[in-house]
Design a protein around this ligand. Structure first.
Ligand code: NDP
Ligand code: MG
Length: 405
């Protein structure tokens, strides 16, 4: 667990623009980050941008913000990237190792916004040469949270939470009085299927599941929001970011997505952060921290909103939340296997190979098999975490195949 420290990015400790790298620059979080950077170009010196296969968007963004290097994960795309960047002054590189090298380039801030456990190695590498890491890639904390946070503390690197709920909590958590924190509450929109019965959810299509009512996000996290796995992953994420016990973390469904996170103190005060459902607010908070800067976000209109409602999550209709809570309580390797199985199941659902309710079933059966195989040791190194992740994926792929027969 990481106790907030102060001052790492204080403007007084820096001279000149903020040296920044964005991993996953072509995604939903990545493009929102680059939108903010592009509005204040003099404040930033862009070191590296990375993507997986979207060469055109990567090259365009790298030229626009004047990045020193652009890296594409897909090695076969190197030629195309190099061609697009010829004569622009932006260096091109390709392959997973090149992404890790880019992440390890000296920077004041690395924004880690790759999706999935593929973000783990680059996020860990960022701890090697960055002053701070703005972490959107929650799967890093789910797969290897103890490893990542221990390394961050050891190296004195500040971890700034980008995820809206965790950023909200970061803003209202009184770290000086942490013993007087009674509870940390994450809000969940409930996703597109909040009011559907299990029978109705059985037949939903990927297109329908991808239509989130409040947030515009990448495909994987949109499905995680529809199953409520996202909130389960966020409980595990919160456990690593904030120094409270797992039983002090809870989830409340709040369909308006205006309140993003709350901290209840022992004196009865409940402090919350509210804002529009626009990720540029938490990202701007990380880019400016410990100051604040204006962000191009519509102010939350309380009168237009009128009513805020809250309800308990229904774990019978959303078993992924219960599975993640159990993995958090079990600890050790369980969250890593949970995450690996979920990534395989979500991909299979998006490809039309399994049905929506199979996602939870694949994750549950993978966890049972991993437990039976004695696979649940805490990952103590990147190699351990990647090997456990790979084993979890193999078991989950077998579960997917079994359901397709
Ligand atoms: P997207 O799918 O929109 O973007 C993912 C980014 O990662 C893209 O740049 C993609 O490149 C790159 N990428 C994909 N696979 C790999 C890989 N194997 N290796 C290296 N890079 C890869 O995701 P989001 O922006 O929605 O989410 C990013 C992270 O932030 C996730 O962990 C998510 O949970 C978290 N998050 C997102 C929020 C949101 O509002 N979107 C909110 C809170 C957290 P390419 O485009 O070339 O495929
Ligand atoms: Mg979130």
């Amino acid at each position: 667990m990481h106790l907030p420290r102060s001052g790492a990015l204080a403007p007084s400790s820096r001279s000149g623009p903020l040296r920044i790298s964005v991993l996953g620059a072509t995604g939903s979080i990545g493009t929102s980050t680059l939108d903010l950077i592009g509005r204040e170009p003099d404040r930033f010196d862009v070191v590296a941008l990375t993507a997986q296969s979207n060469t055109a968007a990567l090259a365009e963004a790298a030229v626009r913000v004047g990045a020193a290097v652009a890296v594409i994960g897909d090695e076969t795309a190197y030629g195309e990237l190099a061609e697009r960047l010829a004569g622009t002054g932006v260096a091109a590189a390709a392959g997973p190792d090149a992404i890790v090298e880019a992440a390890a380039r000296p920077a004041d801030l690395v924004v880690s916004a790759i999706v999935g456990a593929a973000g783990l190695a680059p996020s860990l590498a960022a701890l090697g040469a960055a002053e701070a890491v703005a972490l959107a890639n929650k799967e890093t904390l789910v797969s290897a949270g103890t490893l990542f946070m221990t390394e961050a503390v050891r190296r004195g690197v500040r971890v700034l939470p980008v995820d809206s709920e965790h950023n909200a909590i970061f803003q209202v958590l009184d770290a000086e009085n942490i013993r007087e924190v009674a509870e940390i509450i994450l809000t969940a929109s409930g996703g597109p299927f909040r009011t559907l019965s299990l029978a109705e959810m059985a037949g939903v299509t990927p297109e329908r599941a991808l239509k989130h009512p409040n947030w515009s996000m990448g495909r994987k996290i949109s499905i995680d929001s529809a199953t409520l796995m996202n909130k389960g992953l966020e409980l595990i994420e919160a456990h690593h970011l904030f120094p409270v016990r797992p039983d002090q973390l809870s989830v409340v469904v709040h369909p308006q997505s205006a309140v993003h996170g709350l901290v209840r103190y022992t004196d009865g005060s409940l402090l919350a952060e509210l804002g529009s459902a626009d990720m540029r607010t938490p990202i701007a908070h990380c880019l400016a921290w410990p100051e604040r800067r204006p962000a191009p976000v519509a102010p939350l209109d309380l009168v237009a909103l009128g009513t805020l409602t809250f309800e308990a999550p229904d774990r019978a209709r959303f078993p992924c939340l219960a599975l993640a809570e159990a993995a958090l309580a079990e600890g050790r390797g369980a969250p890593c296997v949970l995450n690996a199985a979920n990534e395989i199941a979500v991909e299979a659902f998006l490809d039309g190979r399994i049905r929506f309710l199979d996602i939870a079933a694949v994750v549950a059966d993978t966890l049972s098999r991993a437990r039976g195989a004695g696979m649940m040791a805490e990952p103590a190194s990147l190699v351990d975490a990647e090997s456990l992740d790979a084993s979890g994926r193999r078991l989950a792929a077998a579960e997917v195949a079994r359901r397709m027969q």
